[in-house]
Ligand binder design. Structure first.
Ligand SMILES: Nc1ncnc2c1ncn2[C@@H]1O[C@H](COP(=O)(O)OP(=O)(O)OP(=O)(O)O)[C@@H](O)[C@H]1O
Ligand SMILES: [Mg+2]
Length: 254
């Protein structure tokens, strides 16, 4: 019997910016249903790896497969439509649009321009719009954004923007969610909620690749990979990683 391919597979991925080598032969799998963590000091290449997986940057070496199919030629939109969705280290929200409209964009998995052109056009589109709105309203409730839903996203605090971005990312039920430093800018209570959401989304079947400097949050991950100057230097459970002498020396500073 043939084994199922992992949801995401990175094989010998390499990248450099000019003379600066940022990733050297990075290989790991993200199995379907897992929460996989990625840690590493500032500048170790975590966001660059996310940019490569989500299609913002083409890798200069190696290959990436998603559900066993090479991703190289897929655009950002095609990846998102295939269920591969990411959030950004600095939350990206549509400032002029309301919180609810921002979440609606996530339901459509389309670019803002395309969505605004298409919506309202035909009765069928208006019916679809109602369904999308209902779905977005429910997500606002779930992520405790309901009282803010008619406010422009530009008026939100850093923490609220972060939560809005996560709500917009998950409302379309991605298969693979990439979260880049999702707890940055959140208070303790918001981090607790974030942790609960990650666990719940995963229990509902969402596979998650998580980058975080927050070691408490990182304990949600089943497997953690440690990047150091673009190389994976240790992989395992968070507790094993925390005991690894090399990781302690280069990252945890102990
Ligand atoms: N577009 C770019 N052009 C040139 N250098 C870049 C570019 N993007 C990132 N870098 C450099 O690549 C290295 C890795 O950056 P990256 O943002 O991937 O690190 P990171 O692990 O996400 O760090 P942090 O924990 O601070 O978010 C850094 O030295 C950074 O300055
Ligand atoms: Mg980063």
């Amino acid at each position: 019997m043939r084994a199922e391919p992992p949801l995401l597979r990175l094989e010998a991925v390499g990248h450099h910016f000019g003379g600066l080598t940022v990733l050297r032969s990075v290989s790991f799998d993200v199995p379907a249903g897992a929460i996989v963590g990625l840690i590493g000091p500032n500048g170790s290449g975590k966001t660059t790896l996310f940019n490569i997986v989500s299609g913002y940057i083409r890798p200069l070496a190696g290959s990436i497969t998603y559900r066993g199919t090479p991703l190289e030629r897929e655009t950002i939109q095609q990846r998102s439509q295939a269920g591969l969705v990411r959030t950004f280290q600095t939350p990206q929200v549509f400032e002029q649009m309301t919180v609810l409209e921002n979440v609606m964009v996530g339901c459509c998995k389309l670019t803002r321009t395309r969505m605004l052109q298409d919506l309202f056009r035909t009765p069928a589109a208006r019916g679809q719009m109602k369904a999308i709105r209902d779905q977005a309203e429910a997500a606002c409730e779930r992520f405790r954004l309901a009282s803010l839903r008619h406010q422009p996203a530009g008026s939100l605090t850093a923490g609220q923007r972060r939560i809005l971005e996560i709500a917009r990312a998950v409302v379309g039920r991605p298969s693979l969610l990439l979260l880049d430093e999702p707890s940055a800018g959140l208070n303790m209570q918001e981090i607790e909620s974030l942790r609960d959401w990650i666990v719940r989304l995963n229990a509902d079947g969402m596979t998650i690749l998580l980058v975080s400097h927050d070691m408490g949050l990182m304990t949600v991950a089943h497997t953690v990979h440690t990047l150091y100057f673009g190389e994976i230097i240790a992989s395992g459970s968070m507790s094993a990683i925390q005991r690894d002498p090399r990781v302690r020396e280069v990252y945890l500073g102990v």
